[in-house]
Write a protein that binds this ligand. Structure first.
Ligand SMILES: Nc1ncnc2c1ncn2[C@@H]1O[C@H](COP(=O)(O)OP(=O)(O)OP(=O)(O)O)[C@@H](O)[C@H]1O
Length: 574
């Protein structure tokens, strides 16, 4: 939590205003019982109506000041908490945007969402409470004790018992609820993860008739969270009545002992009432502190989680003096080996090959053979474990990530469609693209045939995730987006898998013409898609087991032959 406090520094002025008014509120709180005892002792007991009216008006004014101070301090405390929340949210968001895939894998998306929403709300709540209550409680407890003792030192001795008992209650609450709140946060993460998986995978779940199973999974996680929350509430259910009991006993004692003192004429009635109010105020301030202890552990667990994100270094950094890529996209993989975090086997092992602009390179291999990993390394989503990747003779780690990625266009295997129009979706690939360029890209991607039939053409709205489009239509839009800008390198990562053979071949032919000056990587599981490439890389268990043209590989690569024979007829192969 302390680490998060440093982000409050720039709001020092607002904090000072909030605390000043809280202190003022506390002082007016303490003044009221004093005025009240005065009314009783000098007004009510003596029947002096003028005195009652005078002091009564004074009490009214003090009350109004008290309310005004409470409103102002609440406003500023809330403002500080909200501004801090806003800062933290944008810090977390910016950090996550700069994360490499390695950090995204490490944290997981669900927890990153919870950290940026629920966790920051917890911090905001506790900051608000600290500003309001933590400064009010000492003023009331110290000031209240002084005032109570000044009214009647004898009656105030009750505090000697009440304060240690209340402190013990606060300590017990903190001790037993702290670990429970920490575990609640983790359980909330799990619940969010299951919810997210269910929402994104709703079609698969229904198709495989797994609704019941998923419902059970969600219910288990929900039950787990509820049980922990119930444990916390059981502690409160036990401790709060206990606190009320202590308070009521204290009042009984004060009335009894006060009555004895009044009887002896050692004390006035008004003073008993004032002491009673002071003691109650002091005890309430302890309850306030215990409220902080309830929220603080939860918020400090949240603060740790938020700080972990803000403070985590991205493993992929730009060099201090980035070099400029010279040339038009000659690529060289030199003995590249790559392990995913905590993986025992390398995803790629000793990969070496070269490619020149104008070449169409097919990458084929069974599922899990390392094809997408190869594309991820070229884009520097991950850094190689060993070896190097050169573009125009320069190690990609010596280029700025922005410049490197500006040279490359990636059409991922799962097309990402944003809510907006078709035009807006394609324009992501080139900000200033004209309408003609958009239509041309759609034509090359063979998407124009369905887009032109839509009532609003390229202005047609697509929903988030492209749910109102078919798989093949989404892929074609993603291809149009990928090719609209001029790039040196294009990577189509299994981007034709949802297209029928005829459309697949039409798209490839159109791409050949449009991208003839660039290096084009076509990753596919289908031999027909990559057969006509200038060069084919055959991957198997992360290693290159064949490199050459279709004809050469048919003679030299056993793995390639197996793939081809399993997919194509003799006529197609020839
Ligand atoms: N983020 C990741 N963390 C850990 N291991 C991963 C990660 N991504 C992929 N792998 C592993 O690396 C290996 C290669 O995966 P990759 O995605 O490159 O295969 P692929 O050939 O593209 O497969 P597919 O054709 O099914 O997409 C696989 O064994 C996979 O389990």
């Amino acid at each position: 939590m302390m680490k998060i406090f440093k982000y409050l520094k720039k709001y020092t002025f607002l904090i000072i205003i909030a605390i000043t008014f809280v202190v003022f509120q506390g002082l007016t709180n303490l003044y009221l019982p004093d005025l009240m005892s005065d009314i009783v002792n000098s007004g009510v007991v003596r029947g002096n109506v003028d005195y009652i009216v005078n002091v009564g008006l004074k009490m009214l004014l003090v009350t109004l000041l008290n309310v005004a101070a409470a409103i102002i301090s609440t406003y500023f405390a809330a403002k500080v908490a909200m501004l801090l929340g806003k800062d933290l949210r944008s810090m977390v968001f910016t950090r996550v945007m700069n994360f490499s895939l390695h950090e995204i894998d490490k944290f997981g998306t669900s927890t990153l969402i919870t950290r940026n929403t629920n966790d920051i709300t917890q911090i905001q709540t506790v900051i608000f409470m600290i500003l309001r209550l933590v400064s009010l409680a000492p003023v009331i407890s110290i000031g209240g004790t002084i005032m109570a003792v000044s009214k009647s030192p004898k009656l105030s001795t009750v505090l000697l018992v009440a304060i240690p008992v209340m402190s013990l209650a606060v300590y017990l609450i903190a001790k037993y609820t702290m670990p429970l709140f920490r575990s609640m946060q983790k359980k909330l993460d799990t619940l969010n993860r299951i919810l997210r998986e269910n929402l994104t995978g709703v079609r698969v779940i229904r198709a495989f008739a797994k609704t019941k199973y998923e419902k059970k999974r969600f219910e288990n996680a929900n039950e787990d969270l509820t049980q922990t929350a119930l444990k916390v509430n059981r502690i409160f259910a036990l401790v709060f009545p206990l606190i009320m009991l202590i308070m009521n006993f204290t009042i009984i004692f004060l009335i009894w002992y006060g009555a004895v003192e009044v009887d002896k004429s050692a004390l006035q009635v008004g003073d008993i009432m004032a002491v009673m109010q002071y003691v109650l105020q002091i005890m309430f301030s302890f309850i306030m502190i215990s409220m902080i202890f309830i929220f603080l552990p939860r918020a400090s667990a949240s603060a740790e989680r938020v700080y972990e994100v803000i403070n985590s270094k991205t493993s992929i950094k730009d060099p201090e003096k980035p070099m400029k890529p010279l040339g038009n996209g000659k690529i060289e993989f030199k003995n590249v080996t790559f392990y995913y975090e905590q993986a025992k086997e390398p995803a790629l092992k000793d990969i070496s090959f070269e490619s020149k602009p104008g070449e169409f390179i097919g990458i084929i291999g069974s599922s899990g053979s390392g094809k997408s990993t190869l594309a991820n390394l070229l884009l520097r989503f991950y850094d190689v474990t060993d070896g190097e990747i050169l573009i125009d003779g320069v190690d990609i780690r010596k280029l700025s990530q922005k410049e490197l990625r500006e040279m490359i266009s990636l059409v991922p295997s799962r097309p990402v469609i944003f809510s907006g129009t078709i035009e807006e979706n394609v324009r992501i690939g080139k900000k200033d693209a004209t309408e003609e360029e958009i239509v041309e890209a759609l034509k090359i991607a063979q998407a124009w045939e369905f887009v032109s039939k839509l009532p609003e053409g390229i202005k047609t709205h697509v929903s988030q995730g492209g749910t109102n489009l078919s798989g093949g239509q989404k892929q074609r839009l993603a291809i149009a987006r990928g090719i609209i800008g001029r790039k040196n390198i294009y990577i189509f990562d299994d981007s034709f898998s949802a297209l029928d053979f005829k459309t697949d071949s039409k798209v490839r032919m159109a791409l050949r013409e449009k991208l003839k000056n660039s290096t084009v990587f076509v990753i596919s599981l289908r031999a027909a898609t990559i057969m006509n490439s200038d060069k084919i890389i055959v991957l198997d268990k992360g290693q290159i087991v064949g490199l050459g043209t279709h004809k050469q590989l048919m003679k030299t690569s056993e793995v390639y032959r197996e793939i081809v024979f399993s997919q194509l007829s003799k006529e197609e192969i020839a």
